[in-house]
Write a protein that binds this ligand. Structure first.
Ligand code: SAH
Length: 224
């Protein structure tokens, strides 16, 4: 039958394309990426989003480890599961944000390409794009360039990037230490946002708000 991958946006269930929603509603089974916490518990941002669609078909987790260990094996198994299910069903796999932007699905698509397996891809709105709409400022305009850093090694790397006359997006900001002292002294505007589109969304342009805040995984910082 078919394998369709859909980007479901960063958090607000309404930030999906019409094409994506139609494919979800026609699916025989929907898979979503999840991390295994314990034998019985899982954690999935995508699951929270698709719950809003009230889908009638079964929704099943594709489990990925939280750490990089054994990752390739998990991707291989996920790919084989999807491929087998797609033999006689319309299978949909969803991915938070866009499909191929620092995403889990990207690894699966690589395997599909090697295998020459036909897939339908429906892009989604990436978190940083949704974030600029909350910020209500252009992230880039005129002839400005944009750089995206995911999980920079240190604040020093962020500083070095900002020495260039560019706009910058930092993803996986949680993994960098020392945001507060750095942002407090920064002489250009920034916009911090976590869980964009979700009921728990929080954003600020004031470094003081980040003084004692624990930065979650779903946090992005824009410099414009
Ligand atoms: N495919 C996603 C990116 C996944 S990588 C996309 O297209 O946006 C995970 C990183 O994306 C997070 O560490 C965070 O920096 C960012 N991110 C994803 N969803 C987010 C959200 N709802 N709010 C803020 N940042 C988010």
């Amino acid at each position: 039958m078919s394998l369709t991958a859909i980007g479901i946006g960063p958090g607000d269930p309404e930030l999906i394309t019409v094409k994506g929603l139609k494919a979800l509603q026609k699916a025989d089974v929907v898979y979503y990426p999840a991390s295994k916490l314990t034998e019985t518990e899982e954690n999935s941002w995508s699951r929270k989003i698709i719950d809003a669609y009230d889908l009638k078909c079964p929704c099943k987790p594709i489990l990925f480890p939280m750490t990089g260990k054994g990752r390739d094996q998990f991707y291989r198994e996920a790919y084989e599961t999807l491929k087998e299910a797609a033999l006689d069903k319309n299978v949909v796999i969803v991915n938070e944000g866009d499909l191929l932007f620092y995403s889990t699905y990207g690894y699966i698509q690589k395997l599909a390409n090697q295998d020459k397996l036909e897939c339908n891809l429906v892009p989604g709105i990436p978190a940083f794009v949704a974030a600029s709409s909350v910020m209500k400022e252009s992230l880039v305009d005129g002839n400005t360039s944009l750089e995206v850093m995911a999980k920079p090694d240190s604040i020093e790397d962020v500083k070095a990037a900002l020495e260039k006359d560019i706009s910058l997006v930092v993803m996986k900001a949680k993994f960098v230490k020392g945001w507060y002292p750095f942002l407090k002294e920064l002489k250009r505007p920034f916009f911090y946002i976590e869980k964009v589109g979700a009921p728990e969304e929080f954003s600020t342009s004031n470094a003081e708000d980040l003084k004692d805040r624990e930065i979650p995984y779903f946090a992005t910082i824009l410099f414009y």
